[in-house]
Design a binder for this molecule. Structure first.
Ligand code: KDG
Length: 323
């Protein structure tokens, strides 16, 4: 089984301590980016994975490429852009809302935002089973939106399923009307549409969940599955008019970044491998809960054995945790 993702992968600078960034002196360097997190998560779950992205011809670009390679991701189609830098972002944990994480981007004019449709080669869509992208990518620049449209077209023509996570980032989308204009085409084309309650509140403000879903369904009449993530309240799947809910897990939060991507990875992997929806939601929720327990988006992404260990601990407690 082969999956391909498209998105910006960045250097993440995450302070050692919680609190306002203005007082942060020591940072850990991580590598992260929503779609890359999903693809790496799927690689850890046994999928053969490739990633389309661009980095600068700089030290951080080298870090990004070696991280992808060390995770077994095919980097043949990663573009190295001479005159534009690899993007960087900073994380602020636990301030001003304890247990919440905020991000500050330094990605305007980055190498990835300069990607154009000509950078996308049809070759890399051969034999893929799933193509994954999120609402972050088309929100980065007009050319990134054109790249995303082309990639989805090629994926479709080559017989792959499409998964799209709305992944609203207010700092990129700016306002509600821009959000819908930016996301609509992609919501329409997804076989697996993944969103979140927060995203729906931003795209369809002032409506309750059932009205938000009716609006979404009007745009997205072809979706096989619509998934709504609700943080620690769990996640709901809407399949042919039927609602299936799976509860979330309460865990101690070190850094909530990347939890949604971990959900996507384990959920999509489960669906593609033919597990039923309930099981897929359970694995997805478990992956999200595991990732919030540690700092960094990629580092804590679980394999199947770790998912089983987590779920068995939830069910049986210490009794079954053999060391
Ligand atoms: O999903 C986690 C990501 O939001 C984070 O790692 C940064 O990719 C990122 C983005 O664009 O916000």
């Amino acid at each position: 089984m082969k999956v391909l993702g498209l998105g910006e992968i960045m250097i993440q600078l995450n302070p050692l301590n919680k609190g306002p960034l203005r007082h942060a002196n020591i940072f850990e360097r991580h590598v992260a980016g929503s779609e890359a997190n999903v693809i790496i998560g799927m690689s850890r779950l046994g999928f053969s994975s490739g990633f389309l992205t661009a980095v600068g011809n700089d030290e951080f670009g080298k870090t990004v490429i070696s991280t992808l390679r060390s995770e077994g991701i095919d980097t043949k189609y990663v573009k190295v852009k001479e005159s534009y830098p690899t993007a960087v972002y900073f994380v602020q944990r636990g301030f001003p809302v304890p247990a919440k994480t905020d991000v500050f981007y330094y990605r305007k004019g980055s190498s990835f935002s300069m990607l154009t449709p000509d950078d996308i080669e049809e070759d890399c869509f051969k034999d893929i089973d799933l193509f994954h992208v999120s609402g972050i990518t088309p929100a980065l620049s007009e050319s990134c939106k054109a790249v995303t449209l082309k990639a989805i077209k090629l994926a479709r023509e080559n017989g792959a399923k499409i998964s799209f996570d709305t992944n609203v980032r207010k700092k990129l989308l700016m306002n509600t009307s821009r959000a819908l204009a930016c996301l609509e085409d992609f919501i329409k084309s997804a076989d697996y549409l993944i969103t979140g309650k927060g995203d729906l509140d931003y795209i369809f403000p002032g409506l309750d969940l059932s009205n938000q879903l009716s609006n979404l369904a009007r745009i997205a009449s072809n979706n096989e599955l619509i998934i709504v993530k609700m943080g620690k309240s769990g996640v709901s799947a809407y399949v042919k008019g039927e609602l299936i809910h799976s509860k979330g897990y309460t865990v101690e939060v070190a850094d909530e970044l990347g939890a949604g991507d971990a959900f996507d990875a384990a959920f999509l992997a489960s669906i593609i491998l033919g597990k039923n929806i309930q099981e897929a939601l359970r694995f997805g929720n478990a992956a999200g809960a595991i990732v919030v327990g540690a700092i960094g988006d990629i580092e804590p992404l679980p394999g199947w054995k770790e998912l089983e260990t987590f779920l068995s601990f939830q069910e049986f407690g210490e009794k079954k945790l053999l060391r």
